[in-house]
Unconditional design. Structure first.
Length: 183
């Protein structure tokens, strides 16, 4: 096990790159079975999903398209709520099967919001593929069809996921080391 320090906090290895690849292989197998002949559009949500999207798509062997979107959060001055807007979607998704590719589903706020926006744009079928899923934090009802790795409510970094902007480049996934992080 190895330790790293990010912004003064200690993280330790949690999921090795070989475990990650194995889990992605399993999810890809399921997707290849389900998506045959549907010509799906895979929509990867940046920034966090860039590594997962690259490795997943190398293992997907059905005819498909891949595109990238971002979700921008901004304060809505009129409702004082936090509005999320989908940006960068140039494809016409009317009547199509869309597979959202995410790094992690935590409370589900982000994924539910993206799901609703795609639905209102006329997608016929929407599936969610996520590298990581925290079922104990999930508060929504949108089904998480393809979850490669299920984890407890820990804070993790690496393989696309960041802690205050750092750690996305790490090949393995690390968890905050509470024991050695008492300050
Ligand atoms: P949700 O909207 O609560 O499901 O949160 C999803 C977003 O929160 C992800 O796309 C990540 O950017 C971030 N996030 C949630 N959990 C973690 C974590 O453990 N490490 C790093 N980022 C996380
Ligand atoms: Mg994300």
């Amino acid at each position: 096990m190895s330790s790293i320090v990010i912004h003064g906090h200690t993280f330790k290895t949690k999921i090795s790159s070989s475990e990650i690849q194995k889990a992605i292989g399993e999810v890809a197998k399921q997707i290849n079975k389900d998506m045959k002949g549907k010509k799906p559009l895979f929509l990867a949500v940046l920034n966090g999903s860039f590594m997962f999207a690259a490795d997943l798509m190398k293992k997907v062997n059905v005819e498909c398209e891949i595109s990238f979107v971002k979700v921008s959060s901004y304060e809505d001055k009129t409702s004082s709520g936090n509005v999320k807007q989908l940006i960068g979607l140039n494809e016409d998704i009317k009547g199509r099967t869309v597979v959202i590719v995410e790094d992690i589903v935590d409370t589900g706020n982000t994924i539910e919001n993206v799901w609703e926006q795609l639905k209102s744009l006329g997608a016929a079928e929407i599936k969610i593929a996520t590298l990581l899923f925290k079922p104990n934090a999930y508060t929504k009802t949108v089904p998480i069809e393809y979850a490669a790795i299920v984890i407890p409510n820990d804070f993790i970094v690496g393989y696309g996921l960041d802690y205050k902007g750092l750690g996305r480049n790490l090949e393995d996934i690390y968890v905050l080391d509470y024991e050695n992080d008492k300050k």
